[in-house]
Write a protein that binds this ligand. Sequence first.
Ligand SMILES: Cc1cc2nc3c(=O)[nH]c(=O)nc-3n(C[C@H](O)[C@H](O)[C@H](O)COP(=O)(O)O)c2cc1C
Length: 397
Amino acid sequence: MLGVPLQIGPIRLSTNLLLAPIAGYCDLAFRRVVREAGFLGGGSGGVGLACTDLLSPQGLLRGSATSLDLARTDAADKPVGMQLYGSDPEIMAQGARWAVEHGATVVDINMGCPVDKVTKKDGGSKLLTDLPRAARIVERVTRELERCPLSPDEWDDRRGDASLARGADGARPPGSTPVPLTCKIRLCWSTADYDAGLACSPGLARSLADAGVAAVTVHGRTTEMKFSGTVRHEGIARVVEAVAGRVPVIGNGDVTTPELAVEMIQRTGCAGVMIGRGALSRPWLFRDAWALQRQIIGGGEMPTPPTEAEKVAFVRRYLGLMLEHRGEHYAMVQIRRRISWFAKELVTRDERGRPVGCRPLKETVRDASTPAEVMRALDEFEAGGLRTRPGEAIEAA
Ligand SMILES: Cc1cc2nc3c(=O)[nH]c(=O)nc-3n(C[C@H](O)[C@H](O)[C@H](O)COP(=O)(O)O)c2cc1C
């Protein structure tokens, strides 16, 4: 459904686009700048929902500093999904309650992570091989969420630009409403099973809907594929068919342009699109993917591409928010690591159309030891310096 905002349980998002969890990348500072990038150049937004990286419920319940840092959110980071991983229904339920008590708008269960550290403990995509356990977790978590519903005022504090579904008379829903639960799955564990038409995801999605989830996100790869090979749109389409509109299905995988978001929706029939890696260098992708959908269904202008000054301002803002939320050490580690992603979009052309890269900028930021040095490098770049001379290799760094 092109251009139609996504409804997840009681909340209607502002768009049908979601920022994916990407462990080590989608922290509070990044989620905030990606949300803000929707409004660049007069854009009308783009991120309907952003999700935390996967969180260990045990870590949250013990109060481990790492887990608490990963779960950090604030008033500008709404609506937000908090993603839990694990395999014990009781601990997942307690983790879900913790998430509700700490600002989650949606609770998500990770059933797609292929990383050994997670699957060896029966969590993540290992749940694709134990469907009864997956359903038990969802039933137990749903029950817990029903025990800690939010009042209309609490909803107002955490819905951001989403709206809470209204009663038939248009009034706010009476009483309290639980936070909805979603699951993020893959097509199945084994690629051979998938190729033989034995993917578990259509049946799993149906049983998750029976057990109480409000939406299912499907990454169109098997666990064995990890992140390689191309995303199988037909596998996502089968999940859409299987749930037959009972809950919305969100398609995920390899969406790096607005056109690919449209293709994901048209080829699979999904109700929403989750975008991960594409946002790491182009945070304004959500703005453009939403504008393109609206243009297709109703006409209207596409937003102008961000200027170089806006892109540099984005890097500064990201650094500033990391300093605010996590302090200098964290901010410096992240900016040195992330500058190559942002730099991909800072390649320009000279007057003869030759690409002008920014390898010297990347090197200077990677060598920087203080935020002030990073800011000075960005000043110099904006003044025309720290660029690759025409003819030099631009991608080698
Ligand atoms: C480095 C990395 C970390 C990820 N961490 C998570 C995670 O914490 N939780 C999750 O559900 N998916 C995680 N994913 C998967 C993404 O959310 C997404 O499903 C996948 O990258 C495909 O979407 P994309 O092509 O838009 O990036 C991760 C992916 C990558 C590459």
